[in-house]
Design a protein around this ligand. Structure first.
Ligand SMILES: *Cc1c(COP(=O)(O)O)cnc(C)c1O
Length: 394
């Protein structure tokens, strides 16, 4: 019978499973094995020759890693994926596998710190050049393409300023110029934003954040069109960024609740952002789904909801920002995001402290900015604790 129904991605995130073993388990077990046995010399030969698909060695593939990357590919509307040991190994692999000496990368100015280090410190040693583009200024980025531009890399919303980049506009121009669009979709996850629907050829993630969602394990994943994935797979197989099957197992279980969790993260974040807008100790609340956000219309177009990150500009600059963190009781002060627990950080004195004031200003990081990764606790409790810390830090 012809197949008349295609399951939705949220269903596949639950139902896509590695085939069960002879034990007939309902929940997929962890395949903690570094290699897989061959049934015959002929099977081994055929598998190594790529004539037959099958697991050989966990650096190449493993049932848990494949299940996790298949689910992620279904969610991101891309055909294939490869699971990596961290978000950075996914980002690095997605670039290094596809770029060569003499190539040029265009990059949105505000990207994760280690991505910035790869572009500014590591790739120049290998003859790969880059330029940053100020995304808000369309004339600027349209003129920034060079004949040797091979890839455009961006994050939206940006961290921690939460600028929104027009994925459809960039997707269109990249397509017309034959430039690969590579999007770090860590802040949204595919539950809120699917960059491939706007023209991205590659989507990368730090699974450490919302995909795990509980602050337990490091990991990442690359999703891409099949021809691109072929090159990435070759590079990964021989350079070894593979994820541990244990972590893949954790992430795959977490994906079963991703849609629900992201809905609640966003709901709590919007409540918090709205409630703090008129607070006497706060200069400005930055949240993409607040109507006063400059990217509001765009955010509504390309994101299902506003996500779990809210940035607050606390009155009183660096000192007040730090004092606020020291006044928190329930919230966690830790260098992570996308957890069930609400987390606060002060970018100017921590993650972005190595930048000059001018460099921080260029990426929208003000001295009193506090980034809140809104968790899944009751929104009233989160709000109460933030209010109490604001009062105590006066
Ligand atoms: C955390 C993060 C990364 C790096 O991921 P790791 O898993 O820590 O290697 C990359 N991009 C963004 C946007 C992140 O938040």
């Amino acid at each position: 019978m012809a197949k008349t129904h295609q399951e939705h991605p949220e269903t596949l995130a639950i139902r896509e499973q590695a085939p069960h073993s002879a034990e007939r388990e309902h929940s997929v077990p962890i395949f903690m094995t570094s290699s897989f046995v061959f049934e015959s010399a002929e099977q081994a030969r055929a598998m190594f020759a790529d004539e037959v698909h099958g697991n050989i060695y966990t650096r190449f593939s493993n049932p848990n890693n494949d299940e996790f990357s298949r689910k992620m590919a279904a969610l991101e509307n891309l055909p294939e994926g490869f699971a990596c040991a961290s978000g950075m190994s996914a980002i690095f692999t997605s670039m290094a596998a596809l770029l060569k000496s003499g190539d040029h990368v265009l990059c949105a100015r505000s990207v994760f710190g280690s991505t910035h280090q790869i572009l500014t410190q590591i790739f120049p040693r290998w003859g790969i050049e880059f330029s940053y583009v100020d995304i808000a200024d369309q004339l600027h980025w349209e003129k920034s393409f060079k004949p040797n531009t091979k890839m455009f890399f961006l994050e939206t919303p940006s961290n921690p300023a939460l600028d929104i980049i027009d994925l459809a506009a960039i997707g269109k121009i990249c397509k017309s110029k034959g430039v690969l669009l590579n999007v770090d979709n860590c802040f949204c996850t595919p539950a809120l934003q699917k960059p491939a629907d706007f023209g991205a050829d590659i989507v990368v993630h730090s699974a450490t954040k919302y995909i795990d969602g509980q602050g337990r394990a490091l990991g990442g994943v690359i999703l891409a069109q099949s021809d691109i994935m072929k090159e990435i797979r070759f590079f990964a197989r021989h350079t070894g960024p593979a994820l541990s099957p244990f972590n893949a197992w954790l992430f795959s279980k977490s994906l079963e609740t991703l849609d629900l969790r992201m809905e609640r993260h966003s709901e709590n974040a919007l409540k918090l952002a709205t409630a703090l807008q008129n607070h006497a100790d706060i200069e400005r609340v930055i949240y993409p789904f607040l109507p006063d956000h400059p990217g509001y219309v765009l955010a509504k177009k390309q994101m299902k909801s506003g996500g779990g990150i809210v940035s607050l500009i606390v009155k009183g600059g660096v000192d007040r920002g730090r004092k606020f963190l020291d006044s928190l009781t329930m919230l966690s002060h830790t260098a992570n995001l996308g957890d069930t627990r609400t987390i606060a950080t002060h970018p100017a004195s921590t993650t972005h402290s190595k930048l000059s004031d001018a460099e921080r200003a260029a990426v929208g990081i003000l001295p009193g900015m506090v980034r809140i990764s809104v968790g899944l606790e009751n929104a009233d409790d989160i709000l109460y604790h933030i209010g109490a810390a604001l009062e105590k830090s006066r």
